[in-house]
Design a protein around this ligand. Structure first.
Ligand SMILES: [Zn+2]
Length: 159
């Protein structure tokens, strides 16, 4: 009934939890076997472009850069916990920024030499969704700045 309205809203926000994850037990899915056809069918166009084509959402447009609730940020593709709000800080960049992952095993790293720069790309270690980049100019205690696209994230409020 509200299909047209929902479609328009989808390109601006994912909601706090991606729709395809609402009805799944995310621990029981073999996420490594999912292909781009699957991702295209369940993600919004913006989510797909960022997480599977490594594009970047425009600064100050995502839903989490200025979001201050207490809780856990999870992968918007597969639901894996990635960051805790306690490690989020105000970076001024327009993207949500954290100084460390919730568990180092959950966030993978790779050297990214695109755009003529050497940067460290970060992704979800379970489903390989591109999240953003990590830079060595963050605050204490790690000195790291995980610069993450909002559309790569979901949010679970802490009770
Ligand atoms: Zn994932």
């Amino acid at each position: 009934m509200f299909g047209f309205f929902n479609k328009a809203a989808d390109d601006k926000t994912t909601g706090l939890v991606s729709k395809h994850l609402l009805s799944l037990d995310t621990e029981k899915v073999d996420w490594s076997k999912k292909d781009n056809k699957y991702w295209k069918s369940v993600l919004t166009p913006v989510q797909y472009n960022v997480t599977r084509n490594e594009s970047t959402e425009r600064a100050f447009t995502g839903q989490f850069w200025d979001f201050k609730e207490k809780g856990i940020y999870t992968c918007s593709s597969c639901g894996l916990p990635l960051f805790h709000s306690d490690t989020k800080f105000k970076s001024g960049t327009g993207w949500p920024s954290y100084y460390q992952p919730i568990k180092s095993d959950n966030v993978g790293e790779r050297t990214d030499s695109s755009l003529g720069m050497s940067r460290t790309e970060v992704h979800c270690s379970r489903c390989k969704a591109h999240l953003g980049h990590v830079f060595p100019d963050g605050p204490k205690p790690t000195g790291l700045r995980y610069c993450i696209n909002s559309v790569s994230l979901n949010f679970k409020k802490e009770e």
